[in-house]
Design a protein around this ligand. Sequence first.
Ligand SMILES: C[S@@+](CC[C@H](N)C(=O)[O-])C[C@H]1O[C@@H](n2cnc3c(N)ncnc32)[C@H](O)[C@@H]1O
Length: 464
Amino acid sequence: MESRTITVTNASCKYGNLNLRECGREFFPDDVFGPSCRTTGVGHEITLDLDGLPSPIQTDIPIDKRTGKPRWLFRERAPVKYFVRLHQLEPGQKVVIQRLEKRTYKVIPMKYPSSLTNSTLEQTDLLKKDLPETRLISRRTNSIMSNMSPFTIEPETKNHRSRKAGNPNLFDPPEHSDTKAQSHKRPRKRANDLNGARWLSNSISVWSDIRKTMAEQELKHPAMFPSMLVERFIESLTTRKHKVVFDPFMGSGSTLVAARKMRKVGIGLELNPDYVALAKDRLDDLFNKSSHEAEYFIHKADAHKLLEYVEPNSVDITITSPPYWNILNQQRTADSKAIRNYGNLDSDIGTIGDYRTFIDCLQEIFEQVHVAMKPERYCVVVVMDLRKKDKFFPFHSDVAEMMQKIGFIYDDLIIWNRQAEYNNLRPLGYPSVFRVNKVHEFCLIFKTVNRREKVTRDREILGK
Ligand SMILES: C[S@@+](CC[C@H](N)C(=O)[O-])C[C@H]1O[C@@H](n2cnc3c(N)ncnc32)[C@H](O)[C@@H]1O
């Protein structure tokens, strides 16, 4: 197997340009070079399997119109950019491109050899000095992952091109597949569309790399989560067939932004008109106004009435974060910042004084979420434990108990580590009583039961 190494450049990170000049012309088939502009045609495409991406892509190499020489980059740059971001590659680092067959190539980051087989590891003798200690994956894990049959490899037709150029998080499934030829190869059930490498990294129980975008950092919502967090859940807990994403406490609209980025239909409810406007602005700013009309539904409404807006059995995944009781109305002790609440509107459940009443109120809302969801689908609730003076409120445990009472299965738990964002850590309680600086949130993962059990439970809920 022939292989070449390519150095990652600024342009690789920014635009997805891989400098193919380093490979040499003889490394590619002669006919892969195509006209400079797609409208006048393309070269005979090769198949490119970028490590970590949901499926291989088809691409050619464009020729510069002026000079008539190859531009030495793959025409399909958005997936390459995604690959660079996925593996957090930086300028100066290397990637390996291997020719597996005449027209099939694989691209692997040198610092993250997760999908190399043992023999490939030996053959290429990866430059171990390039591999940071923490990213080395044992050979045993390696071989497990290489046996994990990553994706259903669905060859794209020549006419099928990535429709989502510009959004590296999305990959188009082919419109039509050759069902007979492929059906016996396709796994019967898939939890998501991830390959082994991405599956492994998402499955680690603490997520420390979730960051707000620059634009999100500037938004005026006191308790928003980054759309990146939502994207991570969507890609882990849904397949491309699962389309409807719901958030009954939409706030600034991060759930809908993530849903839209991933070509899903987002539905959000929010009480506060300012946040409704904020969410709409975010979506309008991010996406072409004319193209998303049918792609999201925002309702200025009380989540108690959600079944007036969402059909029973229609939601594929719920990702939400309810108000953390009335904690935003209390004087902040961990820092001296001013109180910022959601506006204290009448039905704002963040204004309820009594903690038990607040949990009961949440239960009423999540009962309706249960009805709105399809069977065997996930509901992720992001919360934090709370303290008021001497009293500790294990909010995440109380939500877990409440959700199971409703009939959800408590399926798992991810810790969202936010320590990197905190610049105001203080020795809380010092010196008299030891207090914990809470720098994480709990992402509680629930699942709806099977169809038969859900029908029974929904009847009970609706008959109440
Ligand atoms: C923790 S915030 C959600 C933040 C959101 N995840 C984001 O990223 O922006 C909770 C939201 O619930 C809203 N809310 C409170 N009571 C509500 C109710 N009864 N119905 C709908 N929304 C409500 C608040 O206005 C607030 O924006």
